[in-house]
Write a protein that binds this ligand. Structure first.
Ligand code: 13P
Ligand code: ZN
Length: 270
């Protein structure tokens, strides 16, 4: 068996958590990440027949039965993940019924997966049907997207169009747009179901007055999605209170679509 602390998925998640903390997106225990792992790859590091303990999921996701996830722990600080991965992270396998997680490694202090496990697992299930390359769900609390959710209309199309108008490249990075959920109680199956429902049509879902969810094929791509939306929100908050002389028009966004071969969410550009 190879040393799991050298596994690329652990090393990369540690780096990502540190980077997200440095961006100010993950104060205290804010934020959580889960990654769908390849069983054969995990098998190079762990004996997959040894289950340390079983943790009830609190919901049922039979479509994920047998799938293995690397996931951040509840109450754990992103700034600490790289210093003690075995305590702050866990590798779990959804059991045959999809109602409990079998702990294969990690959560060494007796801890458990993130309180947002429902939103993560349900989003994975939805994104896997939309995109077979999907692997990562990432949640965090970026300052400017969070602030924008106080002052901007929460209609998903209107919110997205404002972000697309703030930087030319936004529409290339997230042509599917951003879906927005109104404030809901976090850590519940209900917000998990609502998030997954929004993930059917977009890889970014804003939780108003809370933060954002992103989904993608790997950590870089998912980080980049959130980073780009957060950049646009930053520009928006710098100019929202000033008189606008010009913006990027829908006609100009259509030019970007044509030149770069991206297709904006149907009906969202005039
Ligand atoms: P956890 O510490 O349980 O992951 O919760 C953090 C968070 O951001 C909740 O939305
Ligand atoms: Zn949160």
């Amino acid at each position: 068996m190879k040393d799991i602390l050298t596994a690329p998925f652990i090393v990369e998640l540690c780096r990502t958590c540190s980077n997200m903390y440095a961006h100010g997106w993950d104060e205290r225990n804010g934020g959580n990440i889960s990654i769908l792992l390849d069983e054969a790859q995990v098998g190079e590091y762990l004996d997959l027949s040894t289950v340390q303990r079983s943790i009830p999921a609190g919901f049922s996701a039979p479509e994920l039965a047998g799938k293995i996830f690397l996931v951040t722990g509840t109450g754990k600080y992103f700034k600490n993940v790289a210093y003690d991965p075995a305590r702050n992270l866990g590798i779990v396998r959804l059991d045959e019924s999809g109602t409990a997680a079998q702990l294969l490694w990690g959560f060494s202090d007796g801890g458990s997966f993130t309180s947002e496990f429902a939103a993560h697992m349900m989003s994975h299930a939805v994104r896997l049907t939309a995109d077979p390359k999907h692997r990562v769900v990432m949640h965090c609390h970026p300052n400017n997207l969070l602030a924008m959710s106080f002052v901007h209309d929460l209609d998903s199309r209107a919110f997205t169009k404002t972000l697309w108008q703030m930087c030319t490249e936004c529409i290339m990075v997230f042509p599917d747009g951003v879906n927005v959920l109104p404030w809901m109680l976090c850590g519940t199956t209900a917000i998990g179901e609502a998030t997954a429902q929004q993930m059917r049509s977009a890889r970014l879902v804003v939780w108003a007055q809370h933060g954002i969810y992103g989904a993608g094929a790997d950590l870089d791509e998912t980080f980049g999605l959130i980073e780009t939306a957060e950049k646009a929100a930053t520009v928006y908050l710098k100019i929202a209170h000033l008189p606008w002389k010009q913006t990027i028009t829908d006609a100009q966004l259509h030019l970007v679509e044509e030149r770069y071969g991206v297709t904006a969410r149907e009906g969202w550009l005039d």
